[in-house]
Write a protein that binds this ligand. Sequence first.
Ligand SMILES: C[S@@+](CC[C@H](N)C(=O)[O-])C[C@H]1O[C@@H](n2cnc3c(N)ncnc32)[C@H](O)[C@@H]1O
Length: 298
Amino acid sequence: MQRKKSNIKPKKKSTEKKKKELYSFTDNNLILSDKGICKGNEYYRNEKIILFHGDSLDINLFNIPFIDLIVTSPPYNLGIDYNSNDDELSYEDYLKFSKKWIRNCFKWSKKQARFLLNIPLDKNKGGQRSVGADITKIAQDIGWKYHSTIIWNEGNISRRTAWGSWMSASAPYVIAPVELILVLYKDDWKKTLGTKKSDINKNNFMDWTNGLWTFNGESKKKIGHPAPFPRELPYRCIKLFSYVNDIVFDPFVGSGTTLIEAANNDRIGIGLDIDKNYCELTKKRILKEVRTINFKNA
Ligand SMILES: C[S@@+](CC[C@H](N)C(=O)[O-])C[C@H]1O[C@@H](n2cnc3c(N)ncnc32)[C@H](O)[C@@H]1O
């Protein structure tokens, strides 16, 4: 006997389901499908971190908004030897470079994403430039909203030689030994999405909401990278501005400081660097400095 063909069509998977398949958590593991979210080269991954060898200027690298918090420090265009990128652009080209990667980050960010951007206040070599003000303007033109600025007093009291006109009012130089951490956000400042689980203690909350942060910079020699920031910097940003399990992104990973602090504080760290040597350095640091056991409930 021949069976009658069924008229019932198989149900199509809903878009919601498909989205979930692209990136979701299973027992605290982040699944980032190869076909879905990133077209870059995955260099290393563990259950809390994904590191890509890639270029933050490549808009096609990620194809869905996934970022809750960005903590990053881009190249400062001070002529540092980073192996793979030119750190001596004209100021105009540096601003164009900044515009491109900041726009990409905007596209890759969720609507309640925050953007903690560590940049210089100004530039004194090769012409005086208001880097902080110029980049703030660029970010705002792209769509990032301004929240505030943290002044990082890094205690840099290295011997100064550039006085301009010594003991004369003719043309003295004023240099502030500080850097900025711009606090920007995408659509809404109030975070209503995510786990809603904060893990900052009272004293730190009170101290860090005072926007003058004082702690030392990191030793280049110790880390083996020409411009690492200290772990304290992403640590404070992550604790103050993100929820447990949020996705923390760094488009300029360097030696991996942001990823290490994200993973050690029960967030997911995702990042990229254009230089393979720094990806390798990051991987080594992760293997050494990231706690693999979850001490949260210990
Ligand atoms: C200031 S360092 C970041 C240091 C990092 N915060 C740390 O703690 O080690 C900037 C990094 O950006 C990387 N870089 C430069 N241009 C890039 C690009 N277009 N895409 C991705 N990474 C880039 C450099 O290789 C360098 O490691």
